[in-house]
Write a protein that binds this ligand. Structure first.
Ligand code: GLN
Length: 478
């Protein structure tokens, strides 16, 4: 895998790698750590793991793919990085992303775009914003990779690259040392080639962290643990609102295949309605930029960020404007403007407040159709008779688009890719994307990444805290 990092460097999935001496030293200590242990397909011990460039590491720079952080090196490791190191993983580098996590095709990066090469010579989108992590997994440059998912940034790249991408319930994984985009939505996520590697990585980092104020406290974690696991025959919900007219035929075909597969495994299918889904995307694109505009205020060239050159001694307002104008890319600037507008006195009632109401409706939709109670709003842990265990729907409306088609695309077109991933984000629910073959084929991730095999991402969404059920159903689809 370390050789693959070098061999496939033209794909631009990995943006920082350690020097050879530290790789050898780390590999040796990982070897020592694993000797005497049985090789466990789920354990990150001795495994190569890559980390998205918005997660702080002391060994590598942390730029969030932004020019404003081009010379930033964190003085501390993020909790999730530390936990992986404690578990014996080899953190071998940083992966490319859309600047500050804003984007769906990994094209808005200070490091240049991530490019998924296809056999026909056409380059396709690896998805965003964790496109580097997903492609690195697909190209076997690592055993697993960390990403972040605010509105789909782990699941969408997983769908486009034919890998597994998991966004756990909000608050389970620590965000200490993760550069904030939209705090109420930001979740660390995991990409891998199998549900086992994803689950093993998740288990190693799923811990309460007193340094993250949104980390789920131990008392709530133990309540989640008390939930009775349901039988081997599950009720799978098929949300009708996801069957949109613009769904590509290949994705619809893969959706039907996965329904059949789960039925053959003894599960039953039930159509459900989630009416607020149609407003979820608009609500997300009000709330996420609003939080981002506030978060990104700190990068002013004084407290944080690289200052624009030749302006020392000028009034502060000039210093800020020039630093931020040069340091942020166009998409980030658009989000800051959008967020500042929707939070302004004349717009807040019509935008921000309405979007918060839609967010609540989206949460209520899920709680209504899922039979597992939402522990955050209900005291009971009893599973209801009515309702379904998990939901099955596509991750994205289409397969990975060609980069050439995206060059002059309207930003709104990119936002539309997130239509199926943002509802689970707004509700904080666990969701995973698994690759399902579009046609009958064998499974080889590396071939898939080169376009020799085509797969569509299918998403399993579960109730808050029901992460294990989501992972179990995902395993049955692989
Ligand atoms: N594409 C979405 C956005 O640009 C999702 C990003 C994410 O999950 N980080 O906001």
């Amino acid at each position: 895998q370390l050789d693959n990092i070098v061999r496939h460097s033209s794909l631009n999935a990995v943006v920082a790698t350690p020097n050879r001496a530290s790789i050898l030293a780390a590999a040796e200590s990982a070897d020592n750590a694993s000797s005497g242990h049985d090789v466990d397909s789920r354990s990150p011990r001795g495994r190569v793991i890559l980390v998205k460039d918005n997660i702080c590491t002391t060994e590598f720079p942390t730029t969030a793919a932004s020019s404003i952080l081009k010379s930033f090196k964190s003085p501390y490791d993020a909790t999730v990085v530390k936990l992986l190191q404690d578990a014996g993983a080899l953190i071998a580098g940083k992966t490319n992303m859309d600047e500050f996590g804003m984007g769906s095709h990994n094209m808005h990066s200070y490091h240049g775009a991530t490019k998924m090469s296809r056999v026909a010579g056409e380059e396709r989108s690896a998805g965003g914003s964790s496109g580097g992590s997903a492609l690195a997994v697909a190209m076997d440059q690592c055993w697993a990779a960390l990403g972040t998912d605010t509105g789909g940034s782990v699941r969408l790249p997983a769908a486009y690259t034919g890998t597994v991408g998991f966004k756990p319930s909000y608050g389970l994984l620590s965000r200490w040392g993760v550069i904030a985009y939209a705090n109420s939505l930001d979740t660390v996520g995991i990409l891998g080639n199998s549900v086992d590697s994803v689950e093993g990585t998740f288990d190693a980092i799923n811990a309460y962290d007193p340094q993250d104020p949104t980390s789920l406290p131990l008392s709530t974690r133990s309540r989640l643990g008390q939930r009775k696991t349901s039988s081997s025959s599950l009720k799978i919900g098929i949300p009708l609102e996801y069957n949109i007219s613009t769904l590509s035929p290949a994705v619809r075909e893969a959706w039907k295949r996965s329904m059949r597969q789960l039925q053959e495994r003894g599960h039953s299918l039930h159509t459900v309605r989630l009416p607020a889904t149609q407003h979820a995307l608009s609500a997300y694109y009000v709330l996420a930029p609003a939080e981002a505009s506030s978060n990104l205020a700190r990068y002013d060239g004084v407290r944080y960020g690289s200052r624009a050159e030749g302006i020392d001694g000028t009034p502060e307002s000039v210093l800020y404007a020039k630093t931020r104008g040069e340091g942020f890319g166009s998409e980030v600037q658009r989000r800051i403007l959008l967020g500042a507008f929707t939070l302004s006195a004349q717009a807040i009632d019509n935008y921000f407040i309405q979007a918060q109401k839609v967010r609540r409706l989206v949460q209520q939709d899920f709680d209504r159709v899922l039979r597992v109670p939402n522990t955050l709003v209900e005291s009971s842990t009893e599973i209801k008779d009515e309702g379904v265990d998990v939901l099955l729907c596509p991750t994205a409306p289409t397969l990975a688009p060609q980069l050439s088609e995206l060059q002059n695309q309207d930003p709104l077109q990119a936002y539309v890719n997130d239509v199926f991933t943002v509802p689970a984000s707004l509700a904080g629910l666990p969701a995973i994307s698994v690759p399902v073959d579009v046609a009958e084929q064998s499974r080889q991730p590396e071939l898939k990444a080169q376009g020799i095999q085509e797969s569509a991402g299918m998403q399993i969404i579960g109730q808050y805290g029901d992460d294990k059920a989501v992972l179990d159903v995902a395993r049955e689809l692989m």
